[in-house]
Design a protein around this ligand. Structure first.
Ligand SMILES: [Zn+2]
Ligand SMILES: [Zn+2]
Length: 239
């Protein structure tokens, strides 16, 4: 588990106009600069055969990071498939610094979901190296079927299994699956805040959430106060 990208004033989980987002890579860097973000963790949709140029996307991020002086990490949100693999090619997996596991489009079968999830956790957390794995909008499959309440124990056991495998759990602001994750007893060190941004209003919501849930940075003259005072989201959620 690599966690350095989830420290300080990071912006995690943004979608660009390469897929269904409205903002460009450049837009995110511009807005991040205005919002006091020091690092952007892109998490773009992907499939085994994506309909955009993944290498060009990565090059644009790296180039813009250099030009702006902000840190950026490359990530992809991949769908969990019923055979326990993620919908991403080996070569694109190798380029990713962070992988998001998503339940989008998974069939209506809890037994298969649990099996596929376990299988994916096993294979994708082996030989991780410097890669991070995040279960994004965890429990969306349960939520969409109205099963969160009746199958809460299944949800909790999946959260535990993910954490035991060293997978981060996303506190997803778009779907508001925050309370479920928190009340399920996710360890603060496993939680990461995700904007799941597609447009500027999503960034606004992300910023408002941070403003009301995190202490504001206190300007100091040593220049490194931002990271220290904003702290990690996960740590502060326990208070
Ligand atoms: Zn998603
Ligand atoms: Zn997403």
């Amino acid at each position: 588990m690599k966690s350095s990208m989830f420290r300080g004033a990071y912006l995690f989980h943004v979608h660009t106009d390469r897929t269904d987002g409205k903002l460009s890579v450049q837009d995110y860097f511009t807005l991040a600069g205005q919002y006091g973000v020091s690092s952007i963790v892109f998490l773009e949709h992907i499939r085994k055969a994506p309909n955009y140029d993944v290498e060009a996307f990565i090059s644009e991020i790296k180039y813009t990071a250099q030009m702006t002086g902000l840190t950026a990490s490359i990530g992809f949100e991949a769908k969990l498939l019923p055979d326990g693999i993620l919908d991403i090619s080996e070569s694109h997996l190798a380029l990713a610094e962070v992988i998001g596991i998503a339940e989008h489009g998974f069939p209506d079968d809890l037994t298969v979901l649990k099996w596929a999830f376990s299988t994916a956790l096993n294979s994708y957390t082996r030989d991780l190296g410097n890669k991070s794995v995040v279960w994004v909008h965890p429990g969306l499959w349960f939520r969409k079927r109205g099963l969160m309440h009746s199958h809460y124990q299944d949800y909790c056991s999946m959260l535990n299994e993910a954490q035991d495998a060293g997978v981060f759990i996303e506190n997803n602001l778009r779907y508001g699956l925050v309370d479920e994750s928190l009340s399920a007893g996710v360890a603060p060190s496993s939680l990461v805040l995700g904007a799941d941004a597609h447009a500027q209003e999503d960034l606004q919501r992300w910023r408002d959430w941070r403003t009301s849930n995190l202490p504001q940075p206190i300007l100091a003259d040593d220049g490194d106060s931002l990271d220290r005072d904003m702290g990690s989201v996960s740590g502060l959620l326990t208070t």
